[in-house]
Write a protein of this length. Structure first.
Length: 315
């Protein structure tokens, strides 16, 4: 099979039929063998009913229905697990991603041998204040932190070699950082393509300030995981050694001062340096313990499914 199209969605019933027709037309006109996997992430409208109708009409349409809303990352993870195509295309269900981009994205993976191509919505039709400016700030921080030179990390339209999606773990809200996850997994040929951005035709945007804030928190998480995920003791041990060393130095100073330099002076417990020494040594010990616990958890963790599937179609 040439292409798997993975589409996570939440309450997008109005756009699904139009999106399907558009994708199917592109696939058939280019003679691609394909599958379209819709992942219904707990929709409360008739999105699943529409997916069922499409799957009955076309066996290339497949569906996964979550028991409740688990998030876009979990939806992508479930879709990636089911893909069979040599190239995997992800896009949003709101018609803001243009399926006409698919053939060129496919060629960039198959012919140019990229591991991953990320779309760049250079010209956007979103609100400047509510989405454009936060996105620019977010993308700048992501570039600086991750070292992946992309202009638009959050674009839903991406193309992957199948090996990439089968070897990365997308969890939490990490869908924004799939290029970083791919790089950390060893897939380093990552490119970018300017894609056409469509104005939203139906429904309302799911973007809010909470997602913006969570995005930066996830950025810190992925920075930590990429640097110290396999060796947490390197970070916590270094911090623990530093803090404990500061405390020990203060303790040594207080001891020498009391025994040899000023034996008749104030009691050690009456001096502020005593509490600095005590606090930093305790904090240092706690960092060491955190590092040990991190190493133990890393070596004993079990993979646990993060979502529950209620129903599947044609899978």
């Amino acid at each position: 099979m040439n292409i798997s199209v993975v589409i996570p969605l939440l309450n997008e019933q109005d756009s699904l039929k139009e999106l399907y027709d558009w994708i199917a037309n592109v696939m058939q006109s280019n003679r691609f063998s394909y599958e379209i996997i819709f992942i219904d992430d707990g929709s409360t409208d008739d999105s699943w009913l529409t997916i069922m109708q499409l799957s009955q009409k076309d066996e290339n349409v497949k569906g996964i229905r979550f028991l409740k809303n688990f998030g876009k990352s979990q939806a992508l993870h479930a879709g990636f697990a089911k893909t069979q195509g040599d190239v995997v295309i992800t896009m949003d269900a709101d018609l803001q991603d243009n399926p006409d981009e698919i053939p060129e994205l496919y060629n960039m993976i198959v012919v140019d041998k990229y591991d991953l191509i990320s779309g760049w919505k250079k010209k956007r039709y979103d609100s400047i204040i509510s989405k454009n400016l936060p996105s620019k700030l977010f993308n700048w921080a992501a570039r600086k932190t991750s070292g992946v030179k992309l202009n638009d990390f959050n674009c839903g339209l991406k193309a992957y070699d199948n090996k990439v999606v089968k070897n990365i773990e997308v969890s939490g809200e990490m869908h924004r950082y799939i290029p970083v996850l791919a790089k950390n997994a060893g897939f380093t040929k990552i490119g970018e393509k300017i894609v056409q951005h469509q104005a939203r035709k139906y429904g309302e945007t799911k973007f809010g300030m909470d997602r913006f804030i969570n995005g930066f928190l996830d950025l810190l998480t992925i920075w930590f995981i990429s640097r110290f995920g396999k060796r947490p003791m390197h970070l916590f041990g270094a911090l623990g050694f530093l803090m404990f060393g500061i405390g020990f130095a203060f303790s040594l100073y207080l001891g020498v001062d009391k025994l040899f330099l000023n034996p008749t002076g104030r009691l050690i417990t009456q001096r502020p340096q005593f509490y600095i020494a005590l606090s930093t040594m305790i904090i240092g010990t706690q960092f060491f313990v955190a590092g040990f616990l991190g190493e133990i958890i890393l070596r004993t963790k079990e993979n646990k499914q993060r979502y529950l599937i209620k129903q599947e179609l044609n899978l």
